[in-house]
Design a binder for this molecule. Structure first.
Ligand code: F7E
Length: 330
């Protein structure tokens, strides 16, 4: 039985990937912060339903010893390094901790694998944020990087660390350059979930306002469940290479909001307030990916449209908010 190790298994992507690998017959191990284990009901809500099928290891990305011990104990066949400080806005507020966690964390995992499980295939969660102010649209594997946030910079560093371990130590190490991917399991700080949650709360009378920043920013939004399949496919190839994963279509934040409110029969203009405080010091206006290489070589493609994704998220939040409030009223 193949063993997979997932850092950040309790996040959106980690949870979908764990489910996917379990279906493929893997023994799944995951790393979460110790604090998450102390209060699993709150921190591990995305993986509570599979906790009896996976092995959880408490560990800290900030400690080499911690990563080393886990890699040594598990000796994984495949490692998916997903854990990171992944909220771009926050990376401007605390550049230092974002750079420390994201760069050192990636370095620690890579080094531990090189020392204790050199045959392990390594996946690094790179990001379209590395393209930033890109010179060409759509972006593909050959597009130059011009990151516009500490988060983007940390991912560029992780990308090059991964490339260097591949070239210098012959590790099967690669990066998936994933564009935005969302789902009902997305964290509430990201704009897609912030909108779907607000729509549900407004529809059900729990709230009456949604504060947003730059409505004109355009992103290439796909469904996270589709993107974890691509991660696995990349590690099943004969040679380690980097791939862009995207839908190839970009939509603005305004379009997302308009559609989400529409599904609930509401007019977005009535409830949305533009808040300049939510603008980023340096924004990326448009990101749109060209995943031609992945489509051809991995036979990968998205199965959920933008409209389908917005609908899925709004329906899920309507359901959740409804249940929560029936519970509170009782
Ligand atoms: O912002 C604009 C904001 O925070 C999307 C992460 O997974 O994808 C994600 O990064 C856009 C930006 O995601 C609000 O300015 C407007 O232009 O949902 P987001 P992100 O920054 O694109 C990449 C691929 C990653 O790798 C990251 O880890 O929406 N926007 N108003 C807003 N964004 C937020 N969060 N909140 C607002 O109120």
């Amino acid at each position: 039985m193949k063993k997979a190790l997932i850092t950040g298994i309790d996040g959106q992507d980690g949870s979908y990937l764990a489910e996917f690998l379990l279906r493929k017959g893997y023994k799944v191990h995951g790393i979460v912060r110790r604090v998450a284990i102390e209060d699993p009901g709150y921190h591990l809500w995305r993986i509570n339903h599979i906790l009896d099928k996976i092995v959880i290891h408490p560990g800290s990305l900030e400690s080499y010893a911690s990563m080393f011990k886990i890699v040594e104990k598990v000796k994984p066949d495949e490692c998916y390094h997903l854990a990171a400080q992944s909220f771009v806005s926050y990376s401007f507020e605390d550049e230092f901790s974002t750079l420390n966690t994201n760069i050192n964390g990636t370095h620690f995992v890579l080094s531990a694998i090189k020392e204790r499980a050199p045959k392990c295939k390594f996946y690094f969660a790179a990001s379209s944020e590395m393209f930033g102010q890109a010179k060409e649209t759509p972006q593909n594997e050959t597009t130059a990087f011009h990151p516009r946030s500490p988060y983007g910079i940390s991912k560029v560093a992780g990308f090059y660390l991964t490339q260097n371990y591949r070239e210098a130590y012959d590790l099967f190490a690669l990066s998936g350059i994933l564009f935005n991917h969302e789902s009902p399991r997305r964290g509430f700080e990201f704009v897609s979930r912030k909108i779907s949650n607000a729509v549900a709360e407004i529809k059900l009378g729990v709230s009456n306002r949604l504060h947003l920043g730059n409505l004109n920013a355009k992103r290439d939004w796909g469904f996270a469940g589709d993107y974890v399949r691509a991660m696995w496919l990349m590690l099943q190839q004969d040679r380690p290479e980097d791939y862009v994963i995207a839908t190839g279509k970009a939509h603005s934040v305004k379009e997302f909001a308009e559609l989400a409110f529409d599904y609930a029969g509401l007019n977005w203009k009535k409830y949305t307030i533009i808040d300049k405080m939510l603008y980023r010091p340096s924004e990326i206006n448009v990101l749109k990916g060209d995943s031609g290489k992945a489509r051809k070589r991995l036979d990968w493609g998205p199965t959920v449209t933008f409209e389908g994704l917005v609908k899925m998220m709004v329906e899920s939040d309507l359901d959740r908010v409804k249940k929560m409030h029936t519970k509170i009223k009782r």
